[in-house]
Design a protein around this ligand. Structure first.
Ligand SMILES: [Zn+2]
Length: 141
């Protein structure tokens, strides 16, 4: 996962150079202010996915706006995006139950790296594979 501000935009993949496509997803953010960390679930189409490899670039400005909304004001809070929610993994009978409640845990697909690591480590590679698997499950048009 990369922020658009770190990789100079969201049109080309920072790893392989292929075109990125915007997709709508539900994300779990963590917003920290004064030592308190609040999870915050948002849905938007500010994620840009590589067609060729399991890279996602997130639009930093859009997520910043959501973070400010989550805090309820413009502040000095910090935020990150933990991952996206695999809505297809939620059982149908739970679809009316709020995420995270009553035995309906959030099926989080975690982002491995929140920064650019020049030499990828193993945990990152593993997690990228996981992301790819889960993306494959949803058939692309
Ligand atoms: Zn790529």
């Amino acid at each position: 996962m990369f922020w658009s501000k770190d990789v100079g935009g969201k049109s080309d993949c920072p790893e392989c150079g292929a075109k990125l496509e915007s997709e709508h997803h539900t994300y779990v953010m963590a917003i920290r202010e004064d030592g308190d960390i609040q999870p915050f679930v948002v849905g938007n189409d500010a994620g840009y996915f590589c067609a060729e490899c399991p890279i996602v670039v997130l639009d930093y400005e859009v997520f910043t706006k959501f973070a400010i909304f989550g805090l309820g004001r413009e502040g000095h809070g910090q935020f990150t995006v933990l991952g996206l929610v695999d809505l297809s993994a939620i059982p149908e009978e739970k679809s009316g139950v709020p995420l995270g409640e009553d035995g309906n845990p959030i099926p989080l697909v975690q982002f491995a790296n929140l920064q650019r690591h020049p030499e990828g480590d193993r945990s990152r590679a593993r997690s990228r594979k996981k992301q790819k698997r889960s993306r494959r499950k949803r058939k692309r048009k």
